[in-house]
Design a protein around this ligand. Structure first.
Ligand SMILES: Nc1nc2c(c(=O)[nH]1)N[C@H]1C(S)=C(S)[C@@H](COP(=O)(O)O)O[C@H]1N2
Ligand SMILES: [Mo]
Length: 235
């Protein structure tokens, strides 16, 4: 951080986001759906840390890590890597690798649920919280959604109340190793409380938006909302 001023602004932006999205966040299905009753969260296994059955309905646990992409895996050397964060924000940024690695680094272990019915449990990740990136760019009061873009031409949209959850990270390390190219390295996003297509591999741009727009799969019949415990796969 260049100065205390800048740090103060980031802390203030974080508090503002927390106040604005906290209530919406706790009311999202993956936090508010009940374990009993007619509209209960569906799945099996012990309750996870956000109160849902560990394995969502229709999913099978695998220890392998399948690869899904659009048939092209872009190679981005670290000295060419950039992440642009722009749109409905007061302070758009272009981060180079060193800038990204200077941000607070978080270790977290979370589950990965692919819409094609496999789940990989307890993946150890290292990366930067989306929330910290949001505080850095200071979203305008009009911002409601983001669109994430990959270096391969992919895109996917996420509401801010989902993206600001503390387990949403932009990760560069998985299983103690640098994230491989096939899984989206140098950096991908993860969304443990939504199906995994909401996390862009090879992430290159995050656009804050004042209204919703659909991403690549959302335009092609996948669900806009992608709630694993509601079996919310297709629209
Ligand atoms: N840039 C990009 N991100 C992407 C995809 C993609 O094709 N391109 N596929 C999505 C889908 S459908 C899934 S299930 C996960 C798969 O991640 P994995 O290949 O590491 O298992 O990445 C998501 N993110
Ligand atoms: Mo997927």
């Amino acid at each position: 951080m260049e100065s205390n001023d800048k740090l103060d602004r980031i802390v203030e932006a974080r508090m503002k986001l927390k106040r604005r999205f906290e209530e919406k966040m706790v009311n999202t299905p993956s936090m508010s759906d009940q374990l009993v009753g007619p509209n209960r969260a569906r799945g099996t296994g012990p309750t996870n840390r956000h109160g849902m059955p560990q394995v969502p309905v229709g999913q099978t646990v695998t220890t392998k890590w399948p690869v899904l992409d659009l048939g092209y895996q872009p190679a981005i050397p670290l000295d060419k890597w950039q992440l642009n964060i722009d749109g409905e924000v007061n302070n758009p940024v272009r981060l180079k690798w060193a800038d990204f690695m200077e941000l607070p680094q978080v270790e977290d272990t979370s589950d990965f649920h692919c819409v094609t019915t496999w789940s990989r449990l307890d993946v150890p990740w290292v990366g930067v919280r989306f929330m910290d990136l949001a505080a850095l760019v200071d979203p305008k009061g009009t911002a409601t959604h983001i669109m994430c873009y990959g270096y391969d031409g992919y895109s996917t949209n996420v509401t801010l109340e989902e993206a600001l959850k503390p387990d949403v990270l932009l990760v560069h390390t998985a299983d103690g190793q640098p994230l491989t190219k096939e899984h989206g390295g140098p950096v991908r996003m993860i969304t443990p409380q939504l199906y995994a297509w909401k996390g862009s591999k090879w992430i290159k741009r995050i656009e804050f938006m004042a209204s919703n727009r659909l991403g690549f799969w959302e335009e092609r019949g996948y669900s806009d909302t992608a709630y694993p415990w509601r079996n919310d796969r297709y629209s």
